[in-house]
Each structure stands twice: as structure tokens, then as C-alpha cells.
Design a protein around this ligand. Sequence first.
Ligand code: NAD
Length: 325
Amino acid sequence: MPRILFSDHDFPDIGLELELFRRHGIDVEVAQCRSEGDVIRAAQGCCGILLQYAPITEQVVNALPGVGIVSRIGAGFDTIDTAACQRQGVWVANSPDYGVGEVATHALGLALAVTRNIVAYHRDITAAGKWHYLSSGRLRRPRELTLGIVGLGRIGKRTAQVSRDVYKRVVAYDPYLIDGDFPVFVERASSLEALAREADVVSLHTPLTAETRGMIGERFFAALKPGSYLVNTARGAVVDVDACLRALDAGILAGAGLDVLPSEPVAAGSALASHPRVVLTPHAAFYSQEAERELRQKAARNLATWIATGRPDYVVVQGTRKPAA
Ligand code: NAD
């Protein structure tokens, strides 16, 4: 019977995965791996790994010649060394399309929370007993604002769609798309700095790559108009958090709505957590009951499909390793 490692998860129970693997005649080793060593030890005798956040580094890939596939429960795959997998012929799969609407509406929700002072008003009322429309400062008319989207892929495009009736204009920066991939109502920004100069509200939707790590830093904030807003539902490390805090304190940013941080959960005593103009959510943009079920089913099914056919449903890296006959 083929055996796979379920390397780590933060779900209250994993009945869904265990039932899916049982139906496909797959044996499961369940662990909570945090380190490379944990993964290497737990994956002995396994042909595949289902992971949430466990590190699949070059060392892990090299140490596990029997593993032919790793499947990430999620769209992003930045905890996986995809180049090492490619070199060793290990398939990498993910679950890319389960929560596009959830993340897009969450991004809009965070944008509205900061541009309409929703959380600040609530805090003023409940913590300070203030009941006044000016308690948290002056607001601008949404229909006068421009939304700037960085990364116009699945989620970026949906964010543009759900936001288009809220804002005056939607502009986007995505150097990897041809003009024809831009919806007609989205204007193209020629560079990240050009987007920064146009946008009042910037929403990030790129993957975390060597190129995007720290991309929203000093240079970007220097190009922003004072009083702008930043929303990040992509990956925390796309934003240089120290530069973001300086931009908040300098008034370049009037507010920031962050669902993701470079290191999660937020550190105790973090300046972000106590900042009056920052709204945090706990990497929850993907979440609805329906999306979670779809996400977990698709990620687990990648392993079952690969074991049955030699190819997973959602391919990130095309491997060469084959399931045992
Ligand atoms: P996608 O691959 O469909 O789209 C990403 C887009 O970013 C692509 O169009 C690509 O061309 C563009 N891009 C890449 N590098 C860029 C750069 N340097 N500058 C500008 N654009 C660039 O991905 P997606 O499914 O839309 O996911 C977007 C992000 O959302 C990912 O980081 C993913 O990990 C994250 N995500 C977060 C949550 C959450 O719960 N917060 C849930 C799902 C996805």
C-alpha cells in the first residue's frame, strides 16, 4: 500500500484527508514537522508529502529519494525549494484556485476598514467612549480614490472586479501579463513607481519570489502620495515592515490592512499590533468553510491522482519521479 506523510497542519481535525486517502487505498503518516530534520525523519518510507507550512528545502529533497511528489495545502509554495525539486525530478503541486473570491473580498474588506476608519471607530467607541464621526480623523470620498493592484493574477483580477464600483479608477502593475490579459476597466501602470504615483489604495497580489521579497520598501513608499493606504493579502515578506512603519509615522501611509506578515503569528509587542492605523487579520483571507474544504480536498487529491496516474491535478513543477507500480 502506498504511504504518504501528512507533514503538518493547523486544522481542528483531519477527517477529510484521512477519509480521502482511505478511499484511495493510501496509508498516511501524520506528523507536525517544524524543521527539515522533522520532515526527513517522518517521511521515511513515504512516496509523497502533503504539507501546510513544513520546510521542503534542498536538504530535505536530497535526503528523500523515495519521495516523488510534494503537495502544498495552499496557493503559495514559498516554503518549497522548487529549484531543488526540479533538479531531483520531484513533482510539486498546490491548490491554487480554492479561495480567489474569499481573498479578493478580504482585500476589499481591509481596504474599506482602513479607508473608512471602521476598526478605529469601533475602538474609539468601545475603548474610549467616543461617539463622533470625526473621532478618528478625516476621510476621503471613495469614488475620488484610485485603487492600485500589484500582481494581476487570479486574485488581483478578482479584487479589481469586486472593487471597481467602489473606486474612481483601477490601475495595475504586472510586468508578466500582456495587455490583452488586463480587463478593459483596468489601466496599466508601466512600473511599480508609476503605480505608486497614481494609487491612493495599493493592494498586493504577487507571489513571494526573489524579485518580490521586500519590493514594497523605501523606494516604493518614497513614490507614494502622502495619505495613501496599503493592503497586503499576498505574502508578508513582500513588504519591508520597518519601511512600512516609517511610512505610517511620516504620514505617507494613512493606514495599512495586513493579513500576512513576514513572520507569523505577529510577535508579542510588535509595533504593528499596537499601531492605531494598522488593521491586522491572522492570515485568514483565504478562509470560508467552503474554501477550506475545497483547498484541503484539492491538495490531498493531488497525491491520490499522482499515485494513480503519475501526474497531479495542479502542477507547479513537472517532475520525473514515478509512483511505485
Ligand atoms: P497568481 O499566480 O494567479 O497571480 C500572481 C500575479 O503576480 C501574476 O499575474 C504574476 O504575473 C504577478 N507577478 C509576479 N511577479 C510580479 C512582480 N514582480 N510585480 C508585479 N506582478 C508580479 O497568484 P494568486 O493565486 O492570484 O495569488 C496571489 C498571492 O496571494 C500569492 O502570494 C498567494 O500566496 C497569496 N494568497 C494569500 C492567501 C491568504 O489567505 N492571505 C490565500 C491565497 C493566496
